[in-house]
Design a protein around this ligand. Structure first.
Ligand code: FPP
Length: 235
């Protein structure tokens, strides 16, 4: 495929409803979502996508029941310690975006371990957003900017939309294609700064069922768009 997007982001929504509609517990949906994520990461690498960002847990997801939060945290630990071997072996580098506080120590430990294990991989980046909020990221970056201004490391004139990027959790290229599965049409505080010119693709499919073929359709949608970046259309 030509014109493959450089950075694709996914709001992996609909795990709970996928399970509930099958008469299963919500946790079964998260488990199945984990399997889908693994498949898509491998597929993104195969297609030549440079960065895949995924929304695994928002700062607001802490409002869910303790049982569901604990299940999700245990699941991510299980994935980072045992399940992502293929992803690591395929040369995918895993990084995280989000606040560390108030994540559990065992979660942080598993995250740090997989970052260390994959730090020299160069085929594709899997940016996993955990305890992540887009507004929180901009606030956290602004605090770092204010500090650098105060200590004279930068001057006001040094600041522009590119240099501000360096203060975000990760220094990533802009999002080209943002996919949201699971019927809802909103951004839910996801990567607000990085998605400034993203093409947005909403699809009804619940995340566990969003497989390689559905990903291809999303990419084809992206390729069909005429991106003008504020300019006028040329054809
Ligand atoms: C949104 O669906 C999904 C989540 C809050 C969790 C996403 C987590 C995974 C895909 C599990 C694996 C993650 C890693 C990093 C291994 P929802 O629960 O809001 O679904 P609903 O809208 O149908 O209730």
């Amino acid at each position: 495929m030509n014109n493959i997007p450089n950075h694709v982001a996914i709001i992996m929504d609909g795990n709970g409803r996928w399970a509930q509609e099958k008469g299963k517990k919500r946790s079964e949906g998260h488990k199945e979502g984990g399997k889908t994520l693994e498949k898509l990461a491998l597929y993104a690498k195969k297609l030549g996508i440079k960065v895949l960002s995924v929304y695994a847990f928002s700062t607001d997801n802490f409002k869910r029941s303790k049982e569901e939060v604990d299940f999700l945290m245990d699941l991510v630990i299980h994935y980072f310690n045992n399940k992502l071997n293929k992803v690591c072996d395929e040369g995918i580098k895993i990084i995280f975006s989000g606040r560390r506080e108030p994540l559990r120590d065992d979660v942080l430990e598993a995250m740090d371990k997989i970052v260390e294990k994959t730090k020299n991989n160069t085929n594709c980046i899997l940016n996993i957003c955990i305890n992540y909020g887009g507004q929180e990221e901009i606030v956290d970056a602004s605090i770092k900017v204010a500090n650098d201004l105060r200590i004279g490391k930068i001057k006001e004139n040094d600041l522009n939309r590119e240099t501000f990027l360096k203060y975000l959790y990760q220094d990533l290229p802009p999002i080209d294609l943002l996919i949201r599965t699971g019927k809802e049409h909103r951004l839910s505080n996801f990567m607000l700064y990085q998605s400034f010119y993203a093409e947005i693709y909403f699809v009804d499919t619940y995340f566990p069922d969003f497989l390689e073929n559905d990903f291809d359709i999303a990419i084809e949608y992206y390729i069909s768009r005429n991106r003008t970046f504020g300019n006028v259309k040329t054809n």
